[in-house]
Design a protein around this ligand. Structure first.
Ligand code: ZN
Length: 383
């Protein structure tokens, strides 16, 4: 069979793109590598477009440096996602060979995108902020700047009057964890409802402070873990600086200004195929009150949706041994409040699997909506 080599191309020169082309002389066996984050050895996120696919043929893509990635064990049991329109994403057959990750697509169209997870684009982020302001009734309370000058919006739902609890949700400190901003889109979509009794209960007692994307530079550059200075923002909450981590400085200043009664930091986990929440049990200031609130959160959300569970998750910290550089622990300690890291999988939520999409943007959105029900159940107990 004759294959026109010249028509086959791989590109990643776009928002959240990440791939290096090593050898595509055989279009059916592309040899690629994931590019590390800027000023950091971390890598795992990939996102690229293949053009000139041969319809009806099986194209293989080989990520040759997968075994050297930040979470190499996480490739086992993982399936890549692909899309023909950058809107509808589906899982494709994927094999981790011990050194490289290989996946294939039997092409039905001449071009397709491939990614570690369904990407949340900067264009959609801009649209989301506009929807939040025009339809969800939020105000733009403040705008921070990333290292490279991208906007970090802080939205507020509620008037800020005295007595209201302050509930904070931040997302995508780790820029490759795109499910986190899908989650925020779900939150903001539910805020558009008017005849929602649970939502009204929540908003009667609390204002919501929302940061849909804390690391826009990292997301734009296709990073897994860091900002443009190579800083892992979720390890910077004890020593954030304007030079290295202005994104964290901004959110900390705003928290100082308004206060915090509940904090949720939204993430994705590479390895564990379940949705789960991690708490502050290792904090020096952890108390039975906080433990009870954590238990109420988990118990309610578990009954609210099959897309949350409490069996699998991170090992619990020993008392007094929390890593205080994490946002969850730092904020929980400083404000003596319920403070959680919510983790969604890059793989699937095995308790309620979907073989076609795995965990997805849509499911992340639904979880964002469901979490507001859980907040409504807790709002009068937070203090
Ligand atoms: Zn994370």
């Amino acid at each position: 069979m004759t294959v026109a080599k010249s028509s086959f191309q791989i590109s990643a020169d776009f928002d959240s793109g990440n791939i290096d082309v090593l050898d595509i002389s055989d279009p059916l066996q592309a040899s690629l590598a994931i590019r590390p984050d800027t000023r950091s050895p971390h890598f795992q996120w990939f996102h690229f477009k293949a053009s000139g696919l041969h319809v009806g043929q099986e194209h293989w893509f080989r990520l040759t440096n997968a075994s050297k990635s930040s979470y190499s064990r996480a490739w086992t049991g993982y399936q890549a996602v692909a899309s023909y329109d950058h809107v509808n994403w589906f899982r494709i057959p994927t094999i981790f060979e011990g050194d490289a990750l290989r996946f294939n697509l039997e092409a039905t169209q001449t071009h397709a995108w491939f990614a570690y997870f369904e990407p949340y684009s900067r264009g959609r982020h801009d649209w989301l902020i506009e929807q939040a302001l025009s339809k969800a009734g939020t105000e733009l309370l403040a705008t921070g700047k990333s290292v490279e000058g991208r906007d970090i919006q802080l939205l507020r739902k509620g008037s800020g009057v005295e007595g209201q609890r302050k509930i904070w949700i931040i997302a995508q400190q780790h820029p490759g964890e795109h499910m986190a901003e899908w989650f925020m889109e779900g939150v903001l979509e539910r805020l558009q409802r008017h005849d929602d009794a649970e939502l009204n209960t929540l908003l009667a007692g609390a204002d919501l402070y929302l940061v849909p994307n804390m690391n826009p530079d990292g997301a734009f550059h296709g990073h897994l873990r860091t900002n443009a200075m190579g800083q892992d923002l979720n390890r910077a909450w004890q020593n954030a600086s304007q030079e290295l981590s202005p994104e964290v400085v901004f959110v900390q200043q705003q928290m100082q200004k308004y206060g915090v009664d509940l904090f949720l930091d939204v993430h994705g986990d590479e390895e564990i195929p379940h949705v789960f929440a991690a708490g502050c049990e290792g904090n020096p200031g952890y108390t039975p009150r906080l433990e009870q609130l954590e238990e109420q959160f988990r118990s309610h959300l578990k009954h609210q949706t099959r897309d949350f569970q409490t069996t699998h998750g991170y090992p619990r910290s020993q008392p007094g041994h929390a890593n205080m550089t994490l946002a969850c622990n730092s904020v929980g300690e400083q404000y003596d409040c319920l403070s959680l890291t919510l983790e969604m999988p890059f793989k699937d939520h095995d308790d309620n699997p979907n073989p076609y999409t795995g965990w997805s943007g849509k499911r992340s959105m639904q979880l964002g909506k469901d979490v507001l029900s859980t907040f409504a159940s807790l709002v009068n107990n937070l203090r």
